[in-house]
Design a protein around this ligand. Structure first.
Ligand code: GDP
Ligand code: MG
Length: 163
């Protein structure tokens, strides 16, 4: 069975880095559905033996402080609607921020399957942020580093039983 995983989270936590790692060169050709393809990127992902569709909540990079909350809310809700499972990424080096709490609220209201991941977790600088991540209420965070390719096996172990 195939499924769709949406990577959600505030700007700069590493969503696109993880997306690129999961998709490699298998980026889906985007057609020009207005709005959607620019702001939500879709690709064919592979992780271990799992094959699935992954969505990157792009389109937040150029948001100003004033436009960010609204745009993030819209895009995150859109991605969540398209997804069977959400991967909620935070930046463990930065810890939990108010914008992370906003994402958590959106995910809680929707009530689907959520995997929490603390990215940028390479090295000790991330330890405090990983602990803080429990406070978001999505259980134990997957400790990972999208940039260094660490924690992907733990992500796979979380995905296997619910995929
Ligand atoms: P997005 O805005 O959530 O899509 O985040 P990006 O994927 O564009 O990454 C934002 C920044 O974080 C970039 O400079 C990445 O190189 C960096 N980054 C992503 N993953 C990691 C990681 O695992 N560790 C560290 N230290 N930096 C990372
Ligand atoms: Mg991005």
């Amino acid at each position: 069975m195939s499924f769709t995983l949406a990577i959600v989270g505030r700007p700069n936590v590493g969503k696109s880095t993880l997306f690129n790692r999961l998709v490699g060169k298998r980026l889906a050709l985007v057609d020009d559905q207005p709005g959607v393809t620019r702001d939500l990127r879709e690709g064919a992902a592979r992780l271990g033996d799992l094959r699935f569709t992954v969505i990157d909540t792009a389109g937040l990079e150029d948001a100003t402080d004033a436009s960010l909350q609204g745009r993030m809310r819209r895009l995150t809700e859109r991605a969540v609607e398209m997804a069977d499972i959400c991967l909620f990424l935070i930046d463990a080096r930065a810890g939990v921020t108010p914008v992370d709490e906003t994402v958590a609220d959106i995910l809680r209201r929707r009530g689907g399957q959520v995997i929490l991941a603390a990215n940028k977790s390479e090295g000790r600088a991330a330890d405090a942020g990983v602990i803080e991540a429990y406070s978001l209420g999505f259980g134990e965070p997957v400790r990972m580093s999208a940039e260094h390719g660490e924690g992907l096996n733990d992500l796979l172990s979380q995905l296997m039983p619910i995929a």
